[in-house]
Design a protein around this ligand. Structure first.
Ligand code: GLU
Length: 483
């Protein structure tokens, strides 16, 4: 135990120190005034992107980053043929880093505002949002803007939200707020939840994603018209601007941009307060007993353990003795036949059920045509598992008949529900099916998976390998560790 603690502390120190070096190298490598950003990117082979940590933009996810902005930035670095170096900070620091040349691009869900245009340029608009006033659903809240001065509003310093409040003050002179120096609106949402402030402001796209993590919060009033979201780039860097423009034209034309939006925002439609609250309770009370089995199966079969746990939650709500009226059983709700096929002897044994379920997931994924890639591949596998592959194939035929893309989950998902209508199923090989069920099934699993990513976000600090450090870095490191 003691050794473990030391290991942990050592890992923590290493992370802190490596972050220090990363910060140092970022601050040292500011653009030289004689060289344009694009020249620097190509000469160094590195695109430096500043972002903001938020489930809607970028999450480090224990060293395996995810997020809409991360995916866009990654693709842009590939488009340029260079490495991506991404780091996160606050919105105001991100803009400063563009001004002083510390980063080449700010990909941070930034709103285009007139004030910002004075100090940075913007790439093409790739998303539209409105600003939402957020408060606790169980507390008194303003009915309209006239009542705002009676509430304690916390707003992110340097944000477009603050700019909006300043504009609003022209019409509501008593309007008051507290500009908070936080890294992200997540901290402000936490403050509203904990009742340190009564209201805050969050962009609509971010609230759609993060509301699931704060079931007590609600959107009360829309505070702005539609605002455009775009990347910030250094002023007058024409070549970089041209590259950014052509990159966005390309991903728009190929519908890659739409697919990324679908991946990160598309499925988030059904927010259920009670569902999220009971998920959190089960996460605390039931999951710990099985967690290591999910982790182990994840390692054994190269699947994210949180995904396996999400499937299991959808199947059994993490009840090891769950039984359905049709006779499926256990944490992963295997049928008798599936259990036999996977050599699972006791379906109510958590380890056997999880292990068998994980192997079965891989097996059903293999049935999906190879050209269909992750994540669509996974959604198809899950849907096929739920409704049967024949019916899934029928829905793909309907998709094709309508001139849509039968290899994209976002298209096929629209046609699955038609399998219950005679006009459609009578023309298909496998006949009638309750096609809206697999759609809901996949959506739920994606939701549970996101919730697990969120709830485990502060665990498992990555351990850095000392051997990757340069000699001076290692020297400093050991000096610090010895203190
Ligand atoms: N779009 C907001 C801005 O540009 C984002 C702020 C935030 O949510 O952190 O300031």
């Amino acid at each position: 135990m003691k050794a473990e603690k030391i290991q942990y502390w050592r890992a923590f120190k290493l992370v802190a120190i490596v972050s220090f070096f990363a910060g140092l190298s970022a601050s040292l490598s500011t653009c030289s005034p004689n060289i344009s950003p694009i020249e620097e990117i190509l000469a160094t082979g590195e695109l430096r992107v500043v972002t903001r940590e938020n489930p809607a933009t970028y999450s480090p996810n224990n060293g395996d980053p995810i997020g809409f902005e991360y995916d866009l930035a990654k693709r842009f670095s590939e488009y340029l043929g260079v490495e991506l170096n991404i780091y996160s900070t606050s919105v105001s620091q991100a803009l400063l880093d563009i001004e002083n040349g510390r980063a080449h691009i700010a990909a941070a869900g930034l709103s285009v505002t007139e004030a910002r245009k004075l100090s940075v340029d913007f790439g093409p608009n790739y998303q539209e949002v409105t600003q939402q006033l957020i408060g606790r659903r169980d507390r008194k809240h303003p009915k309209d803007l006239n009542e705002l001065p009676y509430y304690k509003i916390g707003v992110l310093a340097g944000s477009s939200h603050l700019e909006r409040l300043i504009q609003l003050r022209a019409s509501f002179p008593d309007l008051n707020w507290d500009a908070q120096k936080a890294e992200s609106t997540i901290e402000l949402m936490e403050s509203v939840r904990n009742e340190n402030i009564e209201l805050t402001i969050v962009d609509s796209n971010e609230f759609a994603v993060t509301q699931r993590y704060f079931p007590k919060l609600n959107s009360l009033i829309e505070l702005s018209d539609i605002q455009e979201i775009a990347w910030a780039i250094p002023k007058n860097s024409t070549e970089l601007q041209n590259k950014v423009n052509s990159f966005f034209t390309e991903i728009e034309t190929s519908s890659e941009l739409d697919q990324l939006k679908e991946l990160h925002f598309g499925y988030i439609n059904s927010f259920d307060y009670f569902e999220v609250t009971s998920f959190k309770k089960n996460y605390e009370n039931l999951l710990p007993e099985f967690r290591n089995f999910f982790l182990q199966a994840g390692i054994d079969y190269g699947i994210d353990w949180k995904l396996l746990a999400a499937i299991s939650y959808q199947e059994s709500h993490w009840r090891k003795n769950a039984v359905s009226p049709t006779g499926v059983k256990g944490l992963m709700m295997l049928t008798n036949n599936t259990a036999a096929e996977m050599n699972v002897v006791d379906r109510t044994d958590p380890q056997q059920s999880i292990d068998g379920g994980a192997r079965y997931l891989l097996k059903i994924q293999d049935k999906i045509p190879e050209r269909i890639l992750f994540p669509d591949r996974l959604w198809f596998a899950l849907a096929g598992y739920n409704v049967g592959f024949g019916h899934l194939e029928d829905a793909r035929i309907l998709t094709q008949r309508a001139g849509r893309n039968a290899d994209l989950w976002s298209d096929v998902r629209e046609f699955l529900p038609l399998l219950s209508e005679k006009e459609y199923y009578s023309t298909l090989r496998f006949g009638k099916a309750r096609g809206s069920e697999p759609v809901k099934y996949v959506e739920n699993i994606r939701d549970y998976h996101d919730l697990l990513i969120w709830l485990t976000r502060n665990e498992n600090m990555p351990v850095i390998n000392d051997e990757e450090l340069s000699e001076p870095e290692r020297k400093t490191l050991f000096q610090i560790l010895d203190n």
